[in-house]
Write a protein that binds this ligand. Structure first.
Ligand SMILES: CC(C)(COP(=O)(O)OP(=O)(O)OC[C@H]1O[C@@H](n2cnc3c(N)ncnc32)[C@H](O)[C@@H]1OP(=O)(O)O)[C@@H](O)C(=O)NCCC(=O)NCCS
Length: 192
């Protein structure tokens, strides 16, 4: 099948974000199945994580959805160690109210990496894909993730309960519109 729908690699000041590929399965399988990573992720994540969980996710979920043009996934690597996968950032257009997701190796938490990676993915959502609004649910207990929403200019638009790997939890729905994004990231006019 053609890879014509795979997204391009993105880059930020400190990070390289190549599109997720089947070759990433072993690295994901090593890093992802940690309670600190999965506890506030949606309960579609199988837990305990099976030994072939990463390969099955890539082959049956992420890569087919990228080829269909309904999801966009990037692995996260530092420019300092470009061969080492430290997380994933994803955009989804096939799940109402849940357009962006991310996780990072706990060894790299608290360095602002996801603030950087999620900004790059959000720019792709609005500026390349041209979507009108981005919504993301967050467990109220997930302080780090809620801080990323707040710092990225998102607004709290609702509360509900959702199922996570750690059970059903109070949840906030965060939102930013394309107009709000563009107002926060003005581009210089193209020169004539
Ligand atoms: C959420 C997650 C991606 C944040 O990544 P990160 O790179 O550590 O985040 P950043 O360093 O960019 O920091 C984001 C903010 O949260 C704060 N923060 C980071 N880790 C935190 C923690 N464990 N507890 C409380 N606040 C934390 C940072 O200080 C920062 O706040 P600020 O904007 O006020 O400075 C990471 O914690 C993670 O992978 N968690 C598990 C997966 C997950 O829950 N994903 C989100 C599902 S909605």
């Amino acid at each position: 099948m053609s890879d014509g729908h795979l997204p391009p690699a993105l880059a930020t000041g400190r990070l390289l974000l190549p599109p997720l590929a089947i070759q990433d399965a072993d690295a994901i399988q090593r890093v992802f199945p940690q309670w600190e990573v999965v506890r506030f992720l949606a309960d579609q994540v199988p837990w305990p994580y099976p030994p072939d969980g990463a390969r099955v996710y890539l082959e049956q979920v992420a890569i087919p959805a990228m080829r269909q043009g309904t999801q966009w996934h990037w692995s996260i690597r530092t420019r300092a160690e470009p061969d080492v996968l430290i997380g994933i950032v994803s955009l989804m257009d096939d799940d109402t109210g849940n357009n962006r997701g991310f996780w990072l190796d706990p060894a790299h938490h608290g360095k602002g990496y996801m603030t950087e990676a999620s900004e790059a993915a959000t720019a792709y959502w609005f500026e390349v894909l041209g979507k009108p609004v981005l919504r993301a649910p967050k467990a109220v207990a997930n302080t780090a993730s809620r801080n990323i929403s707040r710092r990225g200019g998102m607004r709290l638009v609702g509360t509900e309960e959702r199922g996570y790997v750690s059970g059903r939890l109070p949840t906030e729905i965060w939102e930013i519109t394309r107009e709000e994004w563009i107002a926060r990231h003005p581009r210089p006019p193209a020169s004539a």
